[in-house]
Design a binder for this molecule. Structure first.
Ligand SMILES: [Zn+2]
Length: 478
């Protein structure tokens, strides 16, 4: 059966009003139960599966799930279904930002600020985020108390011994001696809960402890050798969990991480680690050292070094997903451009080197067939305009890396869901029967211009509809 146009015109967004118009004396009778199905009709449907846009589509939603999505003839609208008219609009899967950091206890993003940030993400059409390591248990507890949020999945940070125990020691640099604390201390001060793994530890116990926090996988952070990466990856996979890591985790290189079977690598700039010897990688104990080493070797030309190309080819071969996080670097460059220091800090030198290198690495990765997931490295504090965003990441993937808008969208829908693995991979990322009803309706075509992602009419998460204005009321947004 095809849907009837009068029905579409009659009901728009509101609850279906049932009127008894029998004529004569009204006879009291029980109203039929309202049909719990919602039918989104007449929209242009881009379902994220890879099939072309379906014009004049019908998408049926019931109990938070998609029941049917396709051409008008493919999905039969049950009588009494609530109808939403999507004429001249574009229906796409809810967007997934596969790299965010939401909890910063000392910077205020735990209470109201966290709630506002999540509302703002949802208003941008981001219906799922993956927190790449803060404190899974603490974060998930706080998120569960909120209503208007994307789905939040969390990863458990894991790092090696020197991340925790390198002591307050002086490091000689070209600019004098710098005293530093173990990186784990700075992280713990934010309220984050990295876990320690040493080669003598039982990897299965670490994975089990991570699972207990509610995490869906491990994020390998630093100070892990090749053997440790392999053991943690195998243990996590035995438990059905994913393993992601910084492109490189000192001393293990990105190539070694890919060979160990890791599911994904983050931060394009980290591929600079391939240009260092194992000994050099092994001696870089803290962020400052890492950044200086990167700033020295990361040039646009060095991207084509055979060691980097070998790592990218290995990732392509094994299906290791790459998450370049370009928007965070762009934001940092903008920050330093505004500051205009005469003598750049280590951090500034790093950021400037990482920017051009990261974009060129991502181009080369795409050319070589590496799968991309769009993660922004968004953080939930600071002025909203200075936070990296999925929208910014997708724009860079199109404008600087030269992905088509379609390919960029896949990196934030279907491919991002696969990158998360587990339940998200089965339930998110595409508009197909059985998936969660996480949808975004746009007034303009995002396949024509990725900037049209900025034309959100409404967002649906698990069958519930939100308007951007409703979510943003009271928040300063970009
Ligand atoms: Zn991150």
């Amino acid at each position: 059966m095809k849907f009837s146009l009068p029905a579409i015109a009659a009901v728009f967004f509101g609850t279906l009003t049932l009127s008894a118009c029998g004529g004569g004396t009204p006879r009291p009778r029980l109203a039929p139960p309202p049909n719990p199905t919602l039918a989104i009709v007449r929209a242009n449907l881009w379902d994220g599966t890879g099939r072309p846009v379906v014009a004049n589509a019908v998408t049926l939603v019931r109990a938070g799930r998609i029941v049917c999505a396709g051409a008008a003839g493919e999905c039969r609208i049950p009588a009494g279904a609530r109808i939403i008219n999507g004429h001249n609009q574009w229906l796409i899967p809810g967007l997934i930002d596969s790299h965010v950091h939401l909890l910063f206890l000392t910077r205020g993003s735990a209470g109201e600020e966290l709630s506002l940030d999540l509302r703002n993400l949802l208003a941008q059409g981001v219906t799922t985020v993956r927190d790449m390591g803060t404190s899974p248990a603490e974060l998930l507890t706080r998120v569960n108390a909120l209503t208007a949020t994307p789905r939040v999945y969390a990863m458990q940070l894991v790092a090696g011994r020197r991340f925790f125990f390198n002591g307050f020691r002086g490091t000689r640099t070209s600019r004098g001696t710098v005293y530093r604390q173990p990186p784990a201390m700075a992280m713990q001060a934010l309220g984050w809960t990295p876990m320690l793994y040493t080669p003598n530890d039982d990897a299965d116990s670490v994975v089990e402890a991570a699972r207990q926090t509610g995490a869906i996988g491990l994020k390998l952070y630093a100070q892990l050798d090749r053997e440790s990466v392999r053991k943690l990856t195998e243990a996590a996979h035995r438990a059905g969990m994913s393993v992601w890591g910084h492109a490189w985790v000192q001393p293990a290189s990105a190539l070694e991480q890919a060979l160990a079977g890791q599911d994904g690598l983050v931060h394009a700039a980290g591929m600079a680690g391939e240009l260092l010897s194992p000994e050099e990688r092994d001696t870089l104990v803290n962020d400052g050292n890492l950044q200086m080493a990167t700033a020295e070797v990361a040039t646009v030309g060095s991207v084509h070094d055979p060691r980097i190309l070998a790592a990218l080819d290995s990732m392509a071969l094994r299906g290791t997903v790459f998450e370049p996080t370009l928007d965070a670097t762009r934001q940092s460059v903008a920050y330093y451009n505004a500051k205009r220091r005469r003598i750049p800090s280590e951090q500034e030198e790093y950021v400037r080197a990482a920017s051009g290198f990261g974009i060129e690495i991502t181009r080369e990765a795409v050319r070589r067939g590496v799968r991309i997931s769009a993660g922004s490295d968004h953080v939930a504090y600071g002025p909203a305009i200075e936070r990296a965003s999925l929208f910014g990441e997708l724009r860079l993937l199109v404008d600087s890396v030269a992905l088509t808008p379609r390919a960029a969208l896949l990196a934030a829908t279907r491919d991002a869901a696969k990158a998360l693995g587990g339940e998200p991979a089965r339930r998110l990322g595409t508009i197909e029967a059985g998936r969660y009803a996480d949808l975004v309706m746009l007034s303009k075509n995002p396949l024509e211009d990725i900037d049209n992602l900025d034309t959100v009419e409404w967002i649906m998460k698990g069958g519930r509809i939100w308007r951007p204005g409703q979510l943003r009321s009271g928040i300063a947004s970009r």
